[in-house]
Design a protein around this ligand. Structure first.
Ligand SMILES: NC(=O)c1ccc[n+]([C@@H]2O[C@H](COP(=O)([O-])OP(=O)(O)OC[C@H]3O[C@@H](n4cnc5c(N)ncnc54)[C@H](O)[C@@H]3O)[C@@H](O)[C@H]2O)c1
Length: 353
């Protein structure tokens, strides 16, 4: 058996502390050090540094998990990759698409090993949904409807001012996960329309957004994201991924409709017609739940990251996550300009810059 992977964690706030716990519970990983200007010495039972550079200079690490504010992601990741250290970088990969391209180029140049923390892709329900779609279990995909809505506590914004400022907002913090997963499940998006609002919280960043999507397959989609409204609907309430969000069984984040059936995710309820019954609206629909083994994205993500440290291809590469960020940013532009935005044109504009 190989030696445990020595991991440093950069940023020990809300998400970084969870990564510390995941590492502690993993059989083949050791928490070697943490870096955070706010962390007190020895708080995590390992050496503590004020920032990532100090940690990289003093420790011999195999890998670093970066869970610092979004604006620091690219610089810190490049510092780690330059030292030959593998990186699990929290989402979003960067605060904007142009910046993410800098990291994509650095990964290539340095032959770096980097996984982006779109943890939901590691959830067993996602693998099962993807297989069902590929196997044509709902026929041809016609459309999707999705929601992520939860009312964040005031403290989330007052204790952590960057959550109120440009570079955060429900689109970059939350919708980015959903758009990533929809790309993964339904394929690339060709164009977007969007409207946003900040009228409930009145912050610099939006608290609510609605995005319409046209997939390259021809399927259409619509998504509502809000951090100001109470709801039982959304990935975080519908899975046991994060202990901080009470779990409601049989929850729905996405409804996918096809020419011969429908599927909701992550509860994996599949609606279909019995064999021999005409597939039209007069026939009774039956519901069956697809099986999925296991229920945790984060533990699976860490297990996969350890494989990436040892040379495996990442499930979510920098280039892949950068495409997701382009989609979020194209949606923001669509809202700002009241226009339909062509996603390939948006990306080409930046790549040529
Ligand atoms: N995957 C998910 O579901 C998920 C959930 C929440 C947050 N996140 C991501 O995790 C990251 C952190 O978010 P959070 O909610 O934990 O924020 P947070 O503000 O609670 O934590 C950020 C931490 O980074 C520290 N920090 C600031 N400057 C630093 C520096 N130069 N070097 C090292 N540490 C520094 C802060 O002191 C703080 O402890 C963000 O990128 C966010 O998008 C991901």
């Amino acid at each position: 058996m190989s030696d445990p992977v020595r991991i440093g964690v950069v940023g020990t706030g809300f998400m970084g502390r969870q990564h510390v716990e995941f590492i502690r519970r993993a059989p083949n990983a050791d928490l070697a050090a943490v870096a955070d200007p706010q962390a007190s010495d020895g708080a995590f039972g390992c050496p503590t540094y004020a920032d990532a550079r100090a940690m990289l200079g003093a420790e011999s690490l195999d890998a670093v998990i970066i869970a610092s504010p979004n604006a620091l992601h690219v610089e810190t990741a490049i510092d780690c990759l330059s030292e030959g250290v593998a990186v699990l970088l929290e989402k979003p990969i960067a605060v904007n698409y142009a910046e993410s391209l800098r990291l994509v180029a650095a990964v290539e140049r340095l032959n770096g090993r980097l996984l982006v923390g779109h943890h939901r892709r590691h959830h067993p329900a996602v693998a099962a949904a993807r297989t069902a779609l590929v196997d044509g279990e709902i026929g041809q995909l016609v459309g999707i409807n999705g929601i992520w809505s939860a009312r964040k506590e005031e403290r989330y914004f007052t204790d952590t001012p960057w959550h109120r400022q440009s570079g955060a907002g429900v689109m970059l913090i939350n919708l980015v996960h959903d758009l990533d997963l929809l790309r993964y499940l339904c394929g690339e998006v060709s164009s977007v329309q969007a409207i946003t609002s900040s009228h409930i919280r009145g912050h610099e960043v939006e608290d609510t957004a609605v995005v319409n999507l046209r997939f390259t397959s021809g399927a259409l989609g619509s998504f509502l994201a809000s951090d100001a409204a109470v709801s039982p609907w959304g990935w975080d309430q519908s899975t046991e991924d994060t202990a901080d969000f009470p779990f409601l069984p049989d929850g729905v984040a996405y409804q996918l409709v096809g020419t011969s059936g429908a599927l909701s995710v992550p509860n994996l309820a599949r609606y279909s017609y019995a064999a021999g019954v005409p597939a039209d609206w007069h026939s009774p629909l039956s519901r069956a739940y697809l099986p999925a083994a296991g229920h945790s994205s984060f533990h699976a993500q860490l297990a996969h990251f350890i494989e990436v440290v040892r040379g495996a291809e990442p499930l979510v590469s920098a280039e892949d996550a950068s495409r997701t960020l382009a989609l979020v940013e194209a949606s923001a532009r669509a809202a700002e300009r009241h226009q339909t935005v062509d996603v390939a044109e948006f990306r080409a504009e930046h790549q040529g810059a």
